[in-house]
Design a protein. Structure first.
Length: 199
C-alpha cells in the first residue's frame, strides 16, 4: 500500500469521527503540519507512528489496508490489487492487501478478506537485521505465531524466544514486547492469528 493511500484512509477515518486534523495532532502528540502532509501523501510514516494514529482513530492498523475496494500497491504485471468481492471467501496470493514499511524492513499481508471476523490473520515479514518494539494493543488479545521460513525472535515480558521454521508460539497479546528477524541472510516470514482483532 502506498503512503498516498494510507493518508486517504487516515483522513477518511478522522472525518468519520468528526475530528479535525489539529485534534488528531493534539491527541497523538504529532504536529498538525505532519498530519496534513501525511493525509496528502507528502510524507512517509513509520510503523510506530501509524500504530499511534490508529489507536487514536479507534481502529486496527489493518483498517488502513482493508477498505473495500481499495487501490493497493502496484505489483509486477498488475495495475493494482483489490480485495476480493463480498461473498468470495478466497483471497488469492496476488490479491493480498499489503502494508509495507521499507524503512523498518517490515511488511504485513492481510490473509482474510476483511476485518469483520473474530480473529485477525496476517502474514508478517521482517528483513534480516530488522525488528520492532511492540506497542500495547487497544484491548486484551491472544496471539498465535507460526514461522514459515527464516528465524524470528519473539520477545515477551517473560523473556525472548527464537523461533525457527516450523516453530510456533502462543501468548497473551499484552506480553509481547518485541519482534525481530533472527536470520542473518534470510527474511523471517510468519503467520499471525490474533483474537479479538486489535492489531
Amino acid at each position: 500500500m502506498s503512503y498516498d493511500t494510507i493518508g486517504v484512509q487516515i483522513k477518511k477515518r478522522r472525518l468519520e469521527l468528526g475530528m479535525t486534523g489539529r485534534e488528531l495532532a493534539r491527541r497523538t502528540g504529532l504536529s498538525a503540519s505532519f498530519i496534513s502532509q501525511l493525509e496528502r501523501g507528502k510524507t512517509k510514516v513509520s510503523l510506530e507512528t501509524l500504530r499511534l494514529i490508529a489507536e487514536h482513530l479507534e481502529v486496527s492498523i489493518l483498517n488502513f489496508l482493508s477498505e473495500e475496494p481499495p487501490v493497493l500497491e502496484s505489483q509486477p504485471g498488475r495495475e493494482s490489487v483489490a480485495i476480493p468481492q463480498r461473498g468470495n471467501p478466497v483471497v488469492r496470493v496476488a490479491d493480498r492487501p499489503k502494508l509495507t514499511f521499507p524503512d523498518s524492513g517490515v511488511c504485513y499481508e492481510l490473509l482474510a478478506r476483511d476485518l469483520s471476523h473474530k480473529m485477525e490473520t496476517m502474514c508478517g515479514r521482517l528483513a534480516p537485521g530488522t525488528g520492532n518494539v511492540a506497542r500495547r494493543l487497544r484491548l486484551p488479545t491472544e496471539e498465535f505465531i507460526y514461522v514459515l521460513s527464516g528465524s524470528l525472535t519473539v520477545g515477551l515480558r517473560s523473556g525472548e524466544h527464537r523461533l525457527n521454521t516450523g516453530d510456533t508460539i502462543y501468548f497473551e497479546g499484552d506480553d509481547l514486547v518485541r519482534l525481530a528477524c533472527a536470520s542473518e541472510e534470510e527474511e523471517a516470514v510468519w503467520i499471525s492469528v490474533i483474537t479479538p482483532p486489535a492489531f
